[in-house]
Write a protein that binds this ligand. Structure first.
Ligand SMILES: Cc1ncc(COP(=O)(O)O)c(C=O)c1O
Length: 382
């Protein structure tokens, strides 16, 4: 039996595959220190703030189990548009916002709606594991471009890599894999190229509220970019709502009208009572976000200090939940297999992000587990 080529050619998400393997080991009674995913640790210490869950619970109790409008509840779309205008200077109206099942699906339906077979899509490595696969599923052509020495956009070799055949560049700042935060200068370079070569940017800003040093710049707020940017984000990270699967996209109206067709023919709508929780997340108290940010920065410091003390050289993460640690081998996939088998330490290989020679590690672990795991890692690589 033959199935679709577009699926045969892709692999499952590397991060999800590693989580599954760790779960299997744990089910078999092996304790694993899981450095692979920050949000996996959520049930252990970051739960969705009560006022958000209560808003969804109240909606359920009120019988809000009917179908929401496909693009999302008007109150939520209005709240998100106001957030984008007020916090990010992105000029959007609520009609330009579409509520999606997770940021991931916002990315996916954007790629499906934008990319024709053969269209060239640039991803900036290290890039989040699913971008290139989404482009593959859409039968687009992935052009991988490395970020600069500091894993930033500023000095990346962009001029060579993009041109009139570029249709779309996938941008992620703050950057998942390294915790980098792109500077205005770097983003302006990208803007200039986008305008010159008339391509669009798909901007994944999910870590926007988890910046420890630096400032977030939404590229859609830059002159000339509102009409060529699809901004996507969601609730998983700042609001600890990973399992809720809720996110959104905001884009020029004509594009939203196209995506809406994919959306209504695939997801129909995001569950109504979940959207009530999301409204509370955007419009309710935000102090828990600051608390989460401070707590994550504290644990980031534990990790960074321990690795620096051991003499390791790495790009210091300024945001999010992850950092890149160089390993002394290009075969980082084998390294991750070996360290998992030998020391029960789970990491994601840098090559899953298009950047071999590194492992990606989170600091979202309880303190004692984090410290013990780091000691074991340092011991292993020493
Ligand atoms: C860079 C990036 N984009 C998107 C996502 C997916 O977010 P969501 O859980 O809202 O689908 C993640 C989650 O791991 C991520 O790290």
């Amino acid at each position: 039996m033959e199935f679709a080529d577009r699926v045969a050619q892709i692999t499952p998400s590397e991060t999800v595959a590693i989580i599954d393997k760790v779960r299997e080991m744990e089910a078999a009674g092996t304790d694993v220190t899981n450095f692979t995913t920050g949000t996996q640790a959520e049930p252990r210490d970051f739960v969705t703030p009560e006022h958000i869950s209560e808003a969804s619970q109240a909606a359920l109790d009120d019988g809000q189990t009917h179908l929401a409008p496909s693009k999302g509840l008007p109150e939520l779309r209005e709240a998100l548009a106001a957030k984008l205008r007020d916090e990010n200077d992105v000029p959007v109206e609520s009609d330009q916002v579409l509520v999606t099942p997770g940021t991931k699906y916002a990315l996916f339906e954007s790629v499906l709606s934008f990319v024709d077979p053969g269209d060239e899509v640039v991803v900036l490595d290290p890039s989040w594991v699913s971008y290139n696969k989404m482009v593959d599923i859409a039968d687009g052509t992935v052009e991988r471009v490395s970020l600069d020495d500091e894993f930033l956009l500023r000095n990346a070799d962009l001029d060579e890599a993009v041109g009139d055949s570029t249709r779309l560049v996938v941008l992620n700042t703050p950057l998942n894999a390294t915790g980098g935060v792109f500077t205005r200068e770097g983003l302006e370079r990208l803007r200039d190229l986008a305008v010159e070569h008339d391509f669009w940017v798909l901007s994944d800003e999910i870590y926007e509220k988890l910046i420890y040093e630096g400032e977030h710049h939404a590229i859609a707020s830059f002159d000339g970019m509102a009409e060529r940017t699809i901004t996507v984000s969601g609730f998983s990270k700042a609001y600890s709502m990973l399992g809720w699967r809720i996110g959104y996209l905001a884009a020029p109206q004509a594009f939203v009208d196209e995506v809406a067709k994919v959306h209504s023919n695939s997801v129909t709508a995001v569950p109504t009572f979940l959207q009530h929780g999301a409204i509370e997340a955007v419009t309710g108290p935000q102090d828990h976000v600051a608390e989460k940010r401070a707590e994550l920065a504290r644990r980031r410091d534990i990790m960074v200090e321990r690795l620096a003390d051991a003499g390791l050289d790495f790009p210091k993460p300024h945001s999010g939940m992850y950092m890149f640690i160089p390993v002394d081998t290009e075969d980082d996939v084998q390294f991750c297999k070996d360290i998992l088998d030998d020391k029960q330490l789970a990491f994601t290989p840098g090559s899953a992000f298009g950047t071999p020679g590194y492992v990606r590690a989170t600091w979202v672990l309880p303190d004692d587990e984090l410290r013990a795991g780091l000691d074991a890692f340092v011991d292993y690589v020493a």
